[in-house]
Structure formats: C-alpha cells, structure tokens
Design a protein around this ligand. Structure first.
Ligand code: SDX
Length: 430
C-alpha cells in the first residue's frame, strides 16, 4: 500500500496527515494522530466519510454499481458458484480447489446439529415471538454451549467457532420458523447440500417424504451468495466493535443480528414487502411516491436507496432475475406484488426526486417477493438475510482479530451539554 501526505491548517498550525492508498477505491487520510497533534476530533455522524479499518474481503464501487468478494464480481460468483464456495472464499481469501471444497462442505455439514438442550431453550418463547428475536437470543446462547471455542486468541478455536456458526445458523433459523408455526423441529440430513438441507428443515413434516425442488434450492443458494458480505455496513461494524472488546464470537454475531433487524438495514426486506402489500395495486403508486418525497412524511420507499450505491445495486438486478425464475418454476404467472414492484421501480426511476438523490432499488426490494413465493412468512425474511450474512460477519470479525493494529473501538464526541455546575439540593430547586 502506497502512502503520501496531506496538510491540515488548524488553529494557526499546519499538521501533516499521512494519506494511504488502497488497491482500488478511495484513498484515506490517516487522522489517528490528529487529536494528539491538534486537540480536536473529527466529526462524521453516520460515518459517511470514515474508513474504520483496512480490509481485503469485499469492495463496493457505489457509483459504478460494482461488488467484489475477494476481487471476484458478485455476478460471476452468483452465476457459477455456490454459497459454501463463497463462504470458503470470504473466510480464506481464495476460491477452493475441488478437494478443499469437498473438505469444507464435509466439515460444515457435520456441525449442523445444535445441542439438544436448545430445544428446551426455544420452549421459553411465545409461539408468536418474532423469529429475529429468537435468533438474537439463540445465537447469543450458543456461547453457553461451546466453551471450547470462545478463546479468540486461539486461531484453532476461532475457526471452530466460525464453522459452528455457518453450520448452525440454518438449523436455528429453521427451528425458529417451525416453532412459530407449531410444527416439530426437523433434524439436518448429512446427505443434502447446505441450502437443500435448510429448505427441508423448514418445510418437511413427519407425515410425508419431502422432496427438495432443485430450482428453488439453487435460487435460494444464489440469494445467500448475494447477502453474504457487504464491506463495513451497520451490522458488520457492530460485529467488529463488539469483537474489539474481546467478546466471544457467538455474542458478537448475536449483536450483528440485532443490528441487522432494523428496517433501515436488513429489516428492509420485511418492510418492503409490507409496503408493496399496502400499496396493493399499481394505481395507488403515485400517492406513495408523493409520500416518499414529502419532507414532512417519515414514509420512505423501503428497498430503495443506499448509503454506498448511487447506482443500481448489482445484487438487486440478480435478485430480480431470480424472482422471475422462482415465480416461473412455481407456475405463478401473475403476482400482483411483482406487478406493483416493477411499476413502482419504473415510475421512481423516472422521477426527478429519485434521480437527483440517486435512489435505486437495493437488494431488499425484490427479495421479499421471491421468499414469499417460496413459502417463507414475511417475519422470516430478515432471518434469511442473517443466515447468509453470518459468514461475512465472521470473516470480518476474524480479519479484525488478526489485524495487528486493531484496538478496542472507542469513538469520542462533540459535547454540547451543560458546562460544569454544582449540585443543588431539592429544597433549593424551587
Ligand atoms: C441494506 O450498508 C449496507 O451495505 C447495507 C446493505 C448490506 O448488504 O449490508 O446493503 C443492506 O441495509 C440495504 C438498505 C435497506 N434499507 C432500505 O431499503 C430502507 C430505505 N432506505 C433508506 O432508509 C436509506 O436509503 C438508507 C438507510 C438505505 C441509506 O440512508 P442514508 O445513506 O443515510 O441516506 P439518507 O437517509 O441521508 O437519504 C439521503 C436523502 C434524504 O433526503 P434529504 O434529507 O437529502 O432531502 O435521500 C432520501 C432521504 O430522505 N431518501 C429516501 C429514501 N432513501 C433516502 N427518500 C425516499 N425513500 C427512500 N427509500
């Protein structure tokens, strides 16, 4: 990595700040010594102009609508690879050889069962608990079961914990779904691939043989690839911050799941589908576009806009194609929600407001239509996002732990509260 420098003139002094250049993308001004040299902090609420770390994992060019996992374009990985291959790539940095892939698949497959006490853990929830609440709790609870893989200073234990989480997320997600519909849990089958195993754990019932639809399994596997990682988004930054204190990996991932749940982030897929259902028919779209543009109305078009993409989210294009593939496979000729979504996109992308603010569909705009068609309830959409993003969180967490420059994350602030003042007794307060 090459460096040069920049000069900041502040309070009558000029301060040299190193500039670091990456492989591709924006350079960074290293301000780590700024406070020591000037007594001032930088200020960047929402971190719109702040790089929190160096990373080799994922790169986004928001203006060009490019997404690379370890340098490979998302379109090529989604087209030619499978989710576990993407997991290997994100974790180890290279695409696996056939032997490495077979070994990785074998290891993941043989960690898919959860401790049987987890069944009792689930009994504590109401049946109508939101599955994301169950996921936050049950992933955090894994810390209570796996004391042999919580020492983050041991690379071997970090890898075991990583494999366990990638392997057990589908099992816990399926359990959360089964619990919500009052059906018995279905155990994983080692002779099924990762995503087919997940579909079977969700939709099989003891009363009859369940045959996985290979087209749906392939489509969902591709959806997992699209959701696997995305630079320093809110939930990944949460996982890194939690991990910087030395918290165990299960607790860190539980923190990431909690953050992802928000409707501005991973919860947008659930919110986007509810929005399409509320709009209902294409003739009602103009009033919702007007609401989205109204400064006094908190309504936003869910599944639209992005902090980084100021162009079409490349994942949304692949998602849209997958939506048509799934609806065709299921014989759904005319999905009113898809009609509304396609019409809404066309209207918004011609509207000055959306063009000027560079608001395009993001990954959450079409995903809900696909997942609903597959049989998942809306409340499970963000659970599936968390299932897929677990590998990204783990890869980023591992990179943070292995980074020699990493320290506990501890931002400062611009204090605008009261200056120092003395205590006043209640009698003197009037
Ligand atoms: C994900 O970071 C990631 O990488 C996240 C993610 C990942 O893979 O991890 O890609 C997954 O979270 C995708 C985003 C899902 N969220 C939504 O779809 C919710 C709707 N979108 C927004 O709330 C918003 O666009 C965000 C949260 C996604 C981005 O917010 P920013 O970058 O802080 O932008 P902003 O809120 O400052 O908006 C800029 C302007 C504002 O208008 P002005 O104040 O400048 O006049 O655009 C407007 C906003 O009002 N705007 C929208 C809008 N999104 C932004 N107006 C209407 N509808 C929208 N969806």
């Amino acid at each position: 990595m090459s460096t040069n420098s920049s000069t900041l003139n502040f309070d009558g002094r000029s301060v040299e700040l190193p500039v670091k250049n990456g492989t591709i993308g924006p350079s960074v001004v290293d301000i780590s010594k700024l406070y020591g040299q000037t007594g001032a902090f930088t200020y960047d609420p929402g971190f719109t102009s702040t790089a929190s770390c160096e990373s080799k994992i994922t790169y986004i060019d928001g203006d060009a609508g490019v997404l690379l996992y370890r340098g490979y374009p998302i379109e090529q990985l989604a087209e030619h690879g499978d989710f576990l291959e993407t997991c290997y790539l994100l974790l180890y940095g290279e695409l696996p050889t056939a032997a490495q892939k077979a070994d990785f698949d074998y290891r993941v497959t043989r960690h898919t069962m959860v401790h049987d006490q987890m069944n009792r853990f689930f009994q504590g929830f109401r049946r109508d608990a939101h599955p994301m609440a169950i996921m936050v709790a049950s992933v955090g609870a894994l810390s209570a079961f796996y004391h042999d893989s919580t020492d983050i200073s041991d690379p071997q234990q970090r890898m075991i914990a990583s494999m366990r989480m990638i392997a057990k997320m589908p099992t816990l997600a399926a359990m959360a779904y089964k619990y919500s519909v009052g059906q018995p849990f279905v155990y994983p089958q080692n002779d099924l691939d990762y995503t087919s195993n997940f579909l079977r754990m969700c939709f099989a019932v003891p009363c009859e043989e369940y045959k996985v639809n290979p087209v749906l399994s392939r489509a969902l596997d591709r959806i997992f690839i699209l959701h696997a990682d995305h630079e320093q988004n809110a939930s990944t930054s949460t996982v890194r911050l939690a991990g910087s204190s030395g918290a165990n990996p299960f607790a860190c991932i539980a923190a990431g799941i909690a953050c992802l749940w928000g409707p501005a982030h991973g919860g947008a897929n659930e919110a986007a589908l509810k929005m399409l259902e509320e709009i209902g028919t294409p003739d009602r779209i103009p009033q919702y576009i007007a609401k989205a543009k109204d400064k006094n109305d908190p309504f936003r078009l869910m599944g639209f806009g992005h902090r980084v993409y100021k162009n079409y989210d490349p994942r949304a294009r692949i998602m849209q194609k997958t939506t048509h593939e799934v609806l065709n496979e299921l014989g759904i000729k005319d999905d009113p929600l898809l009609d509304v979504a396609v019409e809404l996109e066309q209207i918004a992308l011609k509207d000055e407001y959306f063009l000027e603010k560079k608001l395009y569909p993001n990954i959450d705009f079409y995903s809900g239509i696909t997942l609903k068609a597959m049989g998942f309830p809306t409340s499970m959409f963000t659970v599936l996002f968390a299932l897929a993003r677990t590998v990204g969180w783990i890869a980023q967490w591992s990179e943070m732990i292995e980074d020699p420059s990493q320290r506990i994350g501890r931002p400062r602030q611009l204090y605008i509260g009261s200056p120092k003042r003395d205590y006043v007794t209640v009698a003197q307060r009037g």
